[in-house]
Design a binder for this molecule. Structure first.
Ligand SMILES: [Ca+2]
Length: 235
């Protein structure tokens, strides 16, 4: 009986020895870590999760940078936009400016308007001008004014010429026939020129006053900046 038991134990030992699988290199590494298997698997899972998050973040950053690049490419190339359109985009109120034209200061004029409703006569006074643009080489101008109203452009008046000054004093007034019916569509025009003895006269600027936009019930006296001349009258 004892012999049989010894034989059975030996057989079991032999079976156990022969059926034991060889330890893999992963198991050998895991066996060297002084942590239980569940803790090792948990840490490995956490590490994988962190790596996945890192990869997702990198992908998101790449997508954003591509979108930003596309947006930059879609920006308007101002050099390719027509000049008049550029003016509207940059300066909404500068619709009358031509391409490349700069707003320059030409000076200002003190004027007066007096309308007589009985006689239907408009008196346009040109008092003086100030800070006019210098048109001559010496840094001065020889200014004079031409005055007319648009209901009859054949009738134009000229003031005397002020020599070598940018602040001329005219103190001249001119009377025009403008019926009350014509008043709303009539404009008073004062053009300032630089006199040149042997050359063409240069226009310095122009001041326009639409009569429909002012109250002619009272005498008007004011200053107004000169703008570019609409119709250059060269004498
Ligand atoms: Ca001159």
């Amino acid at each position: 009986m004892a012999r049989n038991s010894t034989n059975t134990t030996a057989a079991t030992t032999i079976y156990a020895t022969t059926t034991k699988e060889p330890e893999s290199w992963i198991d050998s590494i895991l066996n060297q870590i002084p942590l239980p298997r569940w803790a090792i698997y948990a840490l490995a899972g956490l590490a994988l999760f962190i790596i996945l998050l890192f990869i997702i973040c990198i992908c998101c950053c790449c997508c954003k940078s591509k979108k930003n690049k596309k947006k930059k490419d879609k920006k308007i190339d101002m050099d390719k936009v027509p000049g008049n359109l550029t003016t509207h985009l940059v300066q909404p109120g500068a619709g009358n400016l031509q391409k490349g034209e700069k707003v320059e200061y030409r000076g200002r004029v003190q004027y007066s308007l007096e309308y007589n409703f009985q006689t239907e006569e408009l008196t346009v006074g040109v008092k003086q001008a100030a800070a006019l643009k210098a048109m001559d080489l010496g840094g001065t101008s020889d200014p004079y004014a031409i005055v007319y109203v648009t209901n009859d452009t054949r009738k134009k008046f000229e003031t005397k010429v002020n020599r070598k000054t940018l602040n001329p004093v005219f103190n001249e007034s001119f009377v025009f026939k403008v019926t009350q019916e014509e008043v709303p569509r009539t404009t008073a025009v004062v053009q300032i020129f630089d006199f040149n003895r042997f050359l063409k006269h240069d226009v310095i600027g122009e001041m326009v006053i639409p009569l429909g936009e002012v109250n002619l019930q009272h005498v008007i006296e004011d200053w107004k900046d000169l703008g570019p001349a609409g119709k250059t009258e060269v004498h």
